[in-house]
Each structure stands twice: as C-alpha cells, then as structure tokens.
Design a protein around this ligand. Structure first.
Ligand SMILES: C[S@@+](CC[C@H](N)C(=O)[O-])C[C@H]1O[C@@H](n2cnc3c(N)ncnc32)[C@H](O)[C@@H]1O
Length: 285
C-alpha cells in the first residue's frame, strides 16, 4: 500500500484516528499537537467547533462528546451520513465524463429535495476529491460549478465504517455560529475564515463585521475558549481588548505562486483556561 493509500484507508488499527475524509481549505491538522495539552485537562467536557470545516481538529483530539457546526450544509450532510456508517456504491473514477455526470446528478438532487440523502453525501465526497482543488463553489443560481480537477491519481475510499465509532457521540449542525446552543461548560475551539486585512475580498463572504461578531460571541462564553486566526494587527487588538491571552504560532505555509515559503503567523487567543496548560507551546504576545 502506498503512503497515500495508507493515509486514506478507513481500515485502521484500533486507536489510530481516521484522517479527515475530505480536502478542505484551512485544515488545522498541524495544530493538534499544540492543542492536545490545552484540551487534555478538559477532555471530560463537550468540544464545540462553530467552524468545523474538514474536522481535522476534532478527529485529532477525539473527544467523547462534540458539537460540530459549519455553515456549509453539504459538508454537514456528509458528516451526518458518515456517523451512520457510509458506504459508497457510486462510480469512483478520476474521469471527466464520470465527473460531469456526477456533478449534474448532485445539482439535480439539490433542486429536487434530495440534498440530505446518502446519495448527495456520496456525490459530495466524490466531487470534493475529484473537482478542482477540492473547492465547494456555487454560482448565483445555487448550481455547483467546480470544474474537473487534474490529479496524478486519487485514492478514493468507499467504506467509511471506521468513522462510525469515532463520530458516535458527536452532534452535527449547519447554521451561522451565533445560532449555536452552547452550554456554559463547553470547551470551544473556533477557527473562523482568516482575516484578510489588506484586501477588500472577504474570504467565504466572512468580512470584518463577522470577525468582530465572532470575537464578541466568544468573549461571552463562560467556559474555556481557544480561537485561532491570522495574526493581523487588528485581530490581535480585537482579542486583546476583549481580555483574551494571545500566543503567536508559526503556521506551515505551502509554497505560493511567488515562490514564497515564509511561514504565516497565526495567533491563538485563549480565555478561561489555566495559564500553565495554555502556554506550554509557544511565545506569549
Ligand atoms: C478555516 S475553515 C475551518 C477549518 C477546520 N478547522 C479544519 O481544520 O478543517 C472555516 C470554516 O468556517 C465556515 N463558516 C464560514 N462562515 C461561517 C458562519 N457564519 N458560521 C459557521 N461556519 C462558517 C466555512 O464553511 C469553513 O468551513
């Protein structure tokens, strides 16, 4: 088995957490080693992720109880089926004809009340793995329009039973984060879309107002909170002013189009956490 296939396999030895099943922008798998010592003393709590995305943090920390939310309903529908024990029977081939036929079928399901079916979940997985860059993009009429992706090879999984046990005690929801029912003693890990300070473009439609909304919502939570974001001056000021403790982290950055390999700087903002537990890994700012 090649290393890629090994990573994708759902038949894993006991105790090995399954890898995130989808490609999802902004994955934070690399943060798990920083978060582990912070989370461990609180592992009896429920983990709440208002922006769960590719689920890499929850799969890395493996809480018994979790509430995982993301505004993307197709992502959450896929996780709902993963929890029930998903097996795919659709054709899984890296072929443009198969891709465009599956894409058309997915779009038909969206317009015929089929968005919550296991077929939609299966197609969403296939489109995520096979479409350009794992993007999830819709046009103004709500039609999924990501083109075919060119890859050397794709290691598709068709049996996701390994996730069933792990996700057993986890709840999923798809709504704006402010509408989540969070309990006072929940442990919240929040990874919103990045603040992009120097462009007008708001990533995933998430502008500065949403960053402020996130910070003020998190500041009201009486339980432990960890927030991660790009360490822009205004993000640091926003969280520092609300009484969070900040820690700087160097993120691994993939090579970009200008050949720049400098790591991006990210910030962890903590609240209601034991300082010893929270600060073991990095530089306080
Ligand atoms: C940076 S990603 C999270 C990545 C995740 N931590 C991981 O490791 O894969 C941010 C997520 O926030 C979601 N999102 C954007 N706006 C939202 C909102 N208002 N409420 C809830 N989720 C939102 C996006 O769909 C996206 O999946």
């Amino acid at each position: 088995m090649s290393p890629v296939e090994e990573k994708q396999s759902t038949r894993l030895p006991a105790g090995v957490p399954p890898a995130p099943p989808l490609k999802w922008a902004g994955g934070k798998r690399w943060q798990v080693r920083y978060l582990q010592p912070v989370w461990q003393p609180h592992a009896h709590r429920r983990l709440v992720e208002p922006f769960c995305g590719g689920m890499s943090v929850a799969l890395g920390l493996r809480p018994q109880r979790a509430l995982l939310n993301d505004i993307n309903p197709h992502l959450i529908n896929f996780y709902d089926w993963l929890k029930r024990g998903l097996r795919l029977t659709i054709r899984l081939e890296h072929d443009p004809v198969v891709y465009y036929s599956h894409r058309a079928r997915f779009n038909t399901l969206l317009t015929t009340n089929g968005a919550r079916t296991s077929e939609a979940a299966a197609l969403f997985y296939y489109l995520n793995k096979t479409g350009y860059n794992g993007l999830c993009r819709f046009n103004s009429r709500g039609v999924f329009n990501v083109p075919f992706g060119k890859y050397k090879r794709i290691a598709y999984a068709s049996d996701f039973l390994a996730y069933k046990g792990v996700l057993g005690g986890w709840e999923f929801s798809s709504r704006d984060f402010e509408r989540l029912a969070v309990a006072a003693d929940d442990f919240v890990y929040a990874d919103p879309p990045y603040d992009v300070q120097f462009t007008k473009y708001a990533k995933e439609g998430f502008g500065w107002d949403d960053q402020v909304r996130t910070a003020t919502w998190l500041a009201r939570h009486p339980g432990p909170v960890v927030l991660v974001n790009q360490a822009t001056p205004r993000i640091r000021a926003l969280y520092a002013d609300l009484g969070f403790r900040l820690q700087r982290i160097r993120a691994p950055r993939r090579i970009n189009c200008t050949g720049d390999r400098t790591p991006a700087e990210e910030v962890f903002a903590y609240r209601n956490l034991d300082p010893a537990g929270a600060m073991v890994n990095g530089e306080e700012i």
